[in-house]
Design a protein around this ligand. Sequence first.
Ligand code: ATP
Length: 299
Amino acid sequence: MNTEPRLRIAMQKSGRLSEDTQALLKRCGLKLNVADRRLLAHVANMPIDIMRVRASDIPGLVMDGICDLGIVGDNTLEEEELARAAMGTPNAYVRTTTLNFGGCRFSLAMPEEFEYKGLQSLNGLRFATTYPNLLKRFAQENGIEVDFCLLKGSVEVAPRVGLADGICDLVSTGATLEANGLKEVAEVFRSKASLIQRAESLSSEKQAILDTLLPRIYGVMKAKESKYIMLHAPKDKVAQVSSLMPGKETPTVLPLAGREDMVAVHVVATETFFWETMEQLKALGCNSILVMPIEKMMG
Ligand code: ATP
């Protein structure tokens, strides 16, 4: 039997974070087949196992040392941390990095007809929520008293059926709130997905696997935010062209065969490249402006 240590990563089995998490791991070069029903998926080309569970179980699995790493929303993480602190259960973990997906806000929302006059107007009201500890902390910090009822899903329906006055739930576009006759009145917590690690240090073998994986994760994230830009520019406008480029990378300037007046400029833009910038480049006399996605980056 092969006893080589394997790094165990917990991810959401199905739901809002599962596709992005799978995509990230695949872009890091992990060959994993999660199409089947297996809850512990073996990565074929690296000593890594992926444990596919409910999002709400991930922080506990990492804090209890069952999994070495986990990919989970900050809201779920913080809620579990607060719940464990209240019960005196060990709740230590390390946030290895914040990831660039899973962005949402945890917000208070009231029926459209409610006259919101600041947080004090919510005093004494009852809110349906999946994350009571986050809500309680917010209420305490803001000097209001609210009651809550716990709902694991379909939270938006609570005010309409008389279960609560309002809700405190995750929002990204606000379309679900609107469809249910609710309006967002205050943001309680801003969340993104995070890669977390158990607090206790890893064995040297597992640390070595993580040391290979982590630069790949950073590389995938950086590549997603970056673009490779190629254009032809008038030779005497190179300085102006460079100053228009988003990000801090120095451009590569190359001669163009048969042209004395024009050069090719290549640059990696680490910030958003807007249409307006392309128009400004064109106005400087640039042409053949190409903006291309980057698949991987390192160094
Ligand atoms: P599970 O059922 O797996 O325990 P869940 O019910 O929280 O978890 P999802 O609704 O798939 O499952 O949400 C997973 C995570 O996705 C949330 O905890 C949050 O971090 C993130 N997320 C991002 N955008 C949203 C959104 N608009 N609504 C809900 N969650 C969002």
